[in-house]
Design a protein around this ligand. Structure first.
Ligand SMILES: [Zn+2]
Ligand SMILES: [Zn+2]
Length: 292
């Protein structure tokens, strides 16, 4: 296990250790470094493990954003790339080599990115649980998206506490819903507002692609999905990958709240391109705001 001693002396991990002692369980936190068509990356931290989901910003930007939350990039244990589109994969290989972090993707994504299995990337199959450290694992769940073999990720800290992170899908599937059920945190894309998209400047063919089975989720699709996933222990939801042309935070938030507002009493936040903005700790309703 790489750098455990070093990790405990980094400020971020020290705070996490304090928190897990206070609450009496192994902690799991989720921080989006930023989300949208210009780049996506999210840090999932347990007591002993740091996992980056997607690495779609430049290396310099990613390191800069990690520094804002007090994370030394050399303490990242692994990077998992959900699919080959550059807003999720841009600096993944360079980051993995520079930080000595293991890189994971499925075979199709590895091939599309020209990554050599074993040498440069460890490949996984759909629904194969991958253990990253003693207290963190992820389960890749296939989702429909363009010509990509995209996966949503269910991250677990081994104590039955789970967070689901899923973006870039044209529609949900029964399989995805089954795995998102019971998650205490869900980060899900809310890509476009149907009226804005239809009345916007995109050509008809692109509009059809975005709204198709392999495109992205609209605000109302996301609202409906979340409406079916509510349970008393769902403490936080992050809407992400909002289109800057075809959506706006207030539109996504109001559409989702209209669907879940009566029943959901946790935190609903929106991740933009300009992260990191907040950290959610599994089981807590109030996010910690990142000061920049
Ligand atoms: Zn994307
Ligand atoms: Zn994509």
């Amino acid at each position: 296990m790489k750098n455990i001693v070093k990790m405990y002396f980094s400020w971020g991990c020290f705070k996490e250790w304090q928190r897990s002692r206070k609450f009496g369980y192994m902690s799991l936190s989720i921080t989006h470094l930023g989300s949208g068509s210009r780049g996506n990356s999210a840090l999932l931290q347990s007591d002993e493990t740091n996992l980056l989901i997607d690495c779609g910003f430049s290396l310099r930007q990613t390191e800069k954003r990690l520094a804002i939350i007090g994370i030394n990039p050399n303490d990242i244990n692994a990077i998992v790339v959900s699919h080959h589109h550059s807003d999720h994969s841009k600096s993944a290989l360079r980051a993995s080599e520079k930080w000595d972090a293991r890189l994971y993707s499925n075979l199709e994504t590895a091939m599309r990115l020209g990554l050599k299995p074993i040498d440069q990337v460890r490949t996984f199959s759909s629904l194969e649980r991958i253990q990253i450290g003693p207290d963190l694992s992820f389960l890749p769940v296939p989702v429909p998206h363009d010509d990509a073999d995209n996966v949503g990720l269910i991250v677990s800290n081994g104590e039955g506490r789970r967070a689901g992170i899923v973006t870039d899908l044209g529609e949900s599937t029964l399989e995805l819903m089954r795995h998102l059920e019971g998650c205490q945190h869900i980060s899900i894309e809310s890509n476009y507002d149907m009226n804005r998209l239809m009345n916007g400047p995109y050509p008809q063919s692109l509009k059809q692609r975005i709204t198709g089975r392999g495109g992205h989720l609209s605000n109302s699709q996301t609202a409906e999905i979340l409406g079916n996933l509510l349970h008393p222990n769902l403490s936080s939801i992050v809407l992400c990958h909002l289109s800057e042309k075809n959506n706006a935070p207030h539109l996504a938030e109001s559409e989702v709240l209209m669907e879940i507002g009566d029943e959901f009493n946790g935190d609903l936040s929106i991740s933009t391109q300009e992260g990191p903005e907040f950290t959610h700790w599994l089981g807590q309703k109030e996010p910690e705001i990142v000061s920049k």
